[in-house]
Unconditional design. Structure first.
Length: 77
């Protein structure tokens, strides 16, 4: 084995070891965050489709006229 191939093998082993250490470190940090409750949260709040539908219905709901007695009646009746 000459010096060039020896250096290539050592360089490849070094790079592979550095990548393995980085992957292991990332895994361990992520696992620690999950255990302490500091897991990565999405920056956008989770949407609640039921709540959104209620808000949309409230905006679209027509105002029902109220008579003098305080009784509401549908506008089509």
């Amino acid at each position: 084995m000459n010096a060039i191939s020896y250096a290539a093998v050592l360089g490849t082993a070094f790079v592979a070891g550095a990548v393995a250490i980085a992957v292991l470190l990332g895994y361990l940090l992520d696992r620690r965050d999950e255990r302490t409750g500091r897991a990565r949260r999405p920056s956008v709040p989770v949407r609640d489709p039921y709540h959104q539908a209620q808000q949309l219905a409230a905006r679209r709901r027509e105002r029902v006229p109220v008579d003098a007695c305080g009784q509401g009646g549908a506008p089509w009746s």
